[in-house]
Design a protein around this ligand. Structure first.
Ligand SMILES: Nc1ncnc2c1ncn2[C@@H]1O[C@H](COP(=O)(O)OP(=O)(O)OP(=O)(O)O)[C@@H](O)[C@H]1O
Length: 262
């Protein structure tokens, strides 16, 4: 077998395990994630997906093994990896524009002009120019999640770690953000790990789906969604036979392999 190239091995889990006291949460995990790909972690509740993601973020450390980003062992959080959670994480006392600029405030390596340009770029990218001066309490939940995504991107994060970021949104807003995230990831070429319970969301968004067993998390399937559906994912793709087939295949795997409903 060929060794994966550095681009394919951009984010690498090498023999990672995690226990909390006597509880084994993640069994030995080896996984290579390519730069610029959107990988969905799908698995039963409590199986260890968030724990895996927190380890990538440097918020938790593996019990054994290591995680490498671009060759460097992850030891602590840094701005190369930004997290977007389900709970809205905007600062209520800052405007939308100020929230987006927040991650750049102490960067001495970026000029004031570049900070202003980046702020304007990401404000536009997430379609919130009209709301630049609004406070988070005045905008919708979907808009607040767009602020959180823009802030992470503006801070210069190369890797976005998204833990059920659309979980609290209504179905229509969620759909809109799914399409926007997919488009944004293609245009910005960020590496994204996205945790969800929702099989349709996973199939719509992912380049690749990694399916985990119930705790302790073990990889039960690694699915190349691009090979099945292509890269472009308009919402209508959900009505195609290939989408249907892949969704059913994953539901079948979940029933038979993960040992738990999601
Ligand atoms: N700091 C901690 N101390 C002790 N146990 C923990 C800690 N963090 C997580 N756990 C436990 O590890 C297990 C896995 O949790 P984790 O949040 O990673 O699962 P998950 O797959 O993300 O779940 P969900 O999909 O429900 O969010 C759970 O049983 C949880 O209670």
């Amino acid at each position: 077998m060929c060794e994966p190239s550095m681009a394919e091995n951009y984010l690498a889990f090498e023999g990672v395990t995690k226990s909390f006291g006597p509880m084994n949460v993640v069994t030995r995990t080896d996984l290579s994630i390519g730069r610029g790909s959107l990988v969905v972690f799908l698995g039963p509740s409590g199986c260890g997906k968030t724990t895996l993601m927190r380890m990538v973020g440097g918020l938790d450390t593996p019990t054994t093994g290591r995680i490498r980003l671009d060759g460097d062992i992850v030891r602590a959080p840094d701005r190369r990896r930004g997290m977007v959670f389900q709970a809205y994480s905007s600062f209520p006392w800052l405007t939308v524009a100020e929230n987006i600029a927040f991650g750049m405030r102490y960067r001495s390596d970026i000029s004031a002009q570049e900070k202003a340009e980046r702020k304007a770029h990401y404000l536009k990218l997430v379609g919130l120019e009209e709301f630049a001066d609004a406070y988070p309490s005045r905008i919708s939940g979907g808009m607040r999640q767009r602020v959180a995504i823009a802030r992470t991107l503006a801070a210069g994060s190369e890797v976005l770690l998204m833990d059920e970021p659309f979980g609290a949104l209504d179905a229509l807003t969620r759909e809109r953000l799914q399409v926007q995230l997919r488009a944004l990831q293609i245009s910005e070429q960020k590496t994204v790990i996205f945790v969800t319970h929702d099989v349709e969301e996973a199939v719509l968004l992912a380049d690749r789906i990694v399916l985990f067993s119930k705790r302790p998390a073990r990889i039960v399937a690694d699915i190349d969604v691009n090979a099945a559906l292509g890269v472009e994912r308009p919402l209508e793709i959900r009505e195609t036979q290939s989408f249907f087939d892949l969704r059913n295949k994953i539901l079948h795997l979940i029933r038979n392999e993960t040992g738990d409903p999601l």
